[in-house]
Design a protein around this ligand. Structure first.
Ligand code: NAD
Ligand code: ZN
Length: 247
């Protein structure tokens, strides 16, 4: 396994198709806590109480209260950081075909990335649990929780709760990118949530180089061709600079 940013940049520059897989870690420097690890949301909130679809069905007001707190404390204020901007720049230069993100914060799009697959959905839109009518987030009245549709049904964000399937189109396109790419840049994910965690493994099985960016070792580190240890903002910025020498 290699640790050279320059060598990793060379692999990315030479790839016919490179994709990124990102997780909560890429948004930590934007002020959004990850799920696991120090300061993670799961130190404060039990995931099975707050992140499972059964919990949402049983106690939507309870889950909405936490969602609202996370929204007002972090998501609502967050701006893209150097890592989001670096991936957008790589796409503009033709060095990255897509970003597959497990995040629901919309920061890749805010940074200018165009080809973004939201593997776990997004907080940007909502729909009614009963009549399925879409509800733009801006129009939702959060004065009384849970927010409700005109039909009386509970509104839910278009995120994937635990216990729910990944949207078919996102799953199929991501798996296709994983099979076809020559390099996959994995940034800020603990690689514990399936099926997202299998994407780098699929890529590797099909001959791609795996480049991991994370301050900590993960389950993916041993299968990675490159382990670039450090915070996403600094490492991705250095990768983008190093790409110049190889384009
Ligand atoms: P995770 O919380 O399981 O792991 C976060 C990873 O990020 C860890 O490996 C950690 O070492 C790493 N990390 C911490 N700081 C970093 C930094 N500055 N730079 C790079 N890496 C850093 O996250 P996950 O693997 O994405 O899985 C958790 C699930 O939580 C995902 O499904 C995601 O949808 C959801 N989630 C999303 C957000 C968001 O939208 N921003 C926030 C929290 C959780
Ligand atoms: Zn409705």
């Amino acid at each position: 396994m290699q640790t050279s940013i320059d060598a990793a940049a060379r692999v990315l520059a030479r790839a016919n198709m490179a994709v990124a897989l990102t997780g909560a870690g890429i948004s930590v420097e934007s002020g959004i806590p990850p799920f696991r690890g120090k300061g993670g949301l799961w130190e404060r909130f039990d995931p099975m109480t707050y992140a499972h679809i059964d919990a949402f069905r049983r106690h939507p007001e309870k889950v909405w209260t936490v969602l609202l707190k996370v929204l007002s404390d972090t998501l609502g204020k967050a701006r893209p950081n150097a890592a989001h901007r670096g991936l957008a720049e790589m796409e503009r230069r033709g060095c990255l075909q897509a970003v597959i993100t497990q995040n629901v914060d919309g920061l890749h799009q805010d940074a200018g990335s165009r080809e973004v697959i939201e593997f776990h959905g997004s907080m940007a839109s909502h729909h009614c649990m009963d009549c399925h009518q879409a509800a733009p987030s801006a129009t939702i009245d959060l004065a009384d929780l849970p927010p409700r549709c005109d039909c009386g049904g509970v509104l839910r964000p278009d995120i994937v709760f635990f216990g729910e399937a990944i949207p078919t189109a996102a799953l199929q396109r991501s798996a296709q990118f994983a099979r076809m790419c020559d390099a996959i840049l994995v940034v800020g994910t603990s690689a514990t949530v399936e099926p997202a965690a299998t994407l780098p493994r699929i890529a590797k099985q099909h001959g791609a180089s795996v480049i991991e960016v994370n301050p900590e070792p993960t389950y993916l580190t041993t299968l990675s061709d490159f382990s670039l240890m450090g915070a996403a903002g600094a490492i991705v910025s250095r990768l983008v600079t190093a790409l110049d020498a190889h384009l």
